[in-house]
Design a protein around this ligand. Structure first.
Ligand code: AMP
Ligand code: MG
Length: 355
């Protein structure tokens, strides 16, 4: 398949007439059963018509994704949710008011019209109303409901730039829309609204603390905070090893001095053994590492920067053929919870505790 490429200005509110025409064309592709990758405020998504079972099957095939891993339906107007859910609890309306459009996905009971191909066979449906202006336009031109997982091959880090979408999806889908850098760099927070107590199934930019302010008490899926848990996560996608770089990644937790000494000792030894070594380091201690490739993930003071850089750094290690990678660790409150969740998954839960 010949993949078409289309460029739009970065996060611009007002699109040119030409860009509008191109997005209309992209919408036509989705309406007729094709797939288009597009920017959102979280990561790039791989979109198809959510109400067309054939489109969802194509999404699984293009990503090499297991078909029991459901897709998120993206809408561009709040009122459109009523067609795809069978019930909208009061609490869901409250958090829609507070956080939509934005990086929050709600799990709700699905309406008949939503095909099981889109929900991975479940009776529930994941819904998000993104804030990215071009994403909203594309959803509207596509008929209102785009099923979109992240636009990466299954198991690879989610794409934060169109060039990474191209790496994974060129020749596999109809079109890639390049809208520049994404804003957040981690996938949406997922909250399950089908049980009495709302429960976070995947941490993200909208934190437990933020949700708690609107809802009162909010649970969190224990498999997110306890990596040793033997329970199966409720969001099917969370059970897969994910975001994984090709090299071996380990996270090292301890005081800054302990972490630096440990990582240096291990990268020295790994290099001796013929490995190409890498470190994911914070700006404050960057200079102190010996590894072949030391990547700065940002300052400890700037968690949003760390979130934005994580996935692209994992891909850069692949590009530079680094085989042995160590990462500093991050505190798990606020946005740190989402950062550590993705990092732990990328590391296959390999964590060294030096305390
Ligand atoms: P991605 O689109 O790549 O961010 O992946 C979508 C995520 O949403 C996966 O982790 C899915 O398991 C999760 N998800 C989608 N629909 C549901 C649902 N109905 N119930 C629970 N999790 C869901
Ligand atoms: Mg994904």
């Amino acid at each position: 398949m010949d993949t078409k490429y289309l460029h739009i200005k970065e996060k611009s509110e007002r699109l040119t007439r030409e860009e509008e025409a191109m997005l209309r064309q992209a919408g036509e592709i989705i309406r007729s059963g094709g797939l288009v990758a597009f920017p959102t405020e979280t990561v790039y998504g791989l979109g198809g018509d959510a109400l067309n079972p054939g489109s969802s099957r194509k999404i699984y095939a293009a990503k090499g994704r297991p078909s029991d891993n459901p897709l998120i339906i993206h809408i561009c107007r709040l009122e459109d949710i009523y067609r795809i859910v069978s019930r909208l609890p009061e609490a869901a309306v409250k958090i829609a008011d507070a956080f939509w459009p934005g990086p929050l996905t709600m799990i709700l009971p699905k309406a008949e019209i939503v095909p099981r191909e889109t929900t991975g066979g479940l009776d529930t449906v994941a819904v998000r109303f993104p804030s990215h202006p071009a994403a909203q336009k594309l959803i509207a031109y596509s008929g209102g409901y785009i099923a979109a997982p992240s636009a990466n091959l299954s198991g690879r880090p989610s794409p934060t730039l169109a060039k990474y979408v191209k790496e994974d999806m060129d020749g596999r889908i109809d079109m890639i829309i390049d809208g520049g850098d994404v804003g957040i760099g981690l996938e949406s927070t997922i909250i399950d609204m089908t049980s009495d107590m709302p429960r976070i199934l995947r941490p993200g930019y909208i934190t437990r603390e933020m949700l708690g302010k609107v809802l009162g008490k909010v649970d969190i899926d224990v498999t997110i905070i306890d990596p040793d848990s033997r329970l199966v996560p409720k969001a099917p996608g969370m059970k897969y090893r994910h975001y994984a770089p090709k090299g071996q990644l380990a996270i090292v937790e301890g005081s800054p001095e302990q972490v630096i000494a440990y990582i240096n000792a291990h990268t020295d030894a790994d290099r001796q053994a013929g490995e190409k070594t890498g470190v994911i380091a914070t700006a404050e201690v960057l200079e102190q590492y010996h590894a072949d490739v030391v990547k700065c993930i940002g300052s400890r003071e700037d968690e949003e920067g760390i979130a934005r850089n994580l996935f692209s750094i994992l891909r850069e290690f692949d590009d530079e053929k680094v085989t042995s990678i160590y990462s500093e660790s991050f505190p798990i409150h606020g946005l740190g919870q989402a950062i550590m969740n993705r990092l732990l998954k990328a590391a296959g839960h390999r964590i060294v505790r030096l305390f």
